[in-house]
Design a protein. Structure first.
Length: 79
């Protein structure tokens, strides 16, 4: 039986997360991009006149949703 779908060999983006067959590729595609995005934005956030609670709110709203899948120890050492 044939289905009208195309099977991909690389990765598929689903709800903003790149899903691939290989776990190492999953790490590279999602966390690598998210860490690069975070490192790019951090200097801009440091200059904002925010209280400690404001900075925590930025992290809660902008950073944590990007890291919802389980984190490796290498992520925390790099951060």
């Amino acid at each position: 039986m044939e289905y009208p779908m195309q099977w991909v060999n690389l990765a598929v983006r689903y709800l903003g997360i790149w899903v691939s067959r290989d776990v190492d590729e999953l790490w590279r595609e999602n966390y690598g991009r998210a860490v690069a995005w975070f490192e790019d934005r951090l200097p801009h956030w440091i200059r904002l006149p925010l209280s400690l609670l404001g900075r925590v709110a930025i992290l809660k709203m902008l950073v944590l949703p990007k890291f919802l899948i389980p984190l490796h120890r290498a992520f925390f050492t790099r951060l």
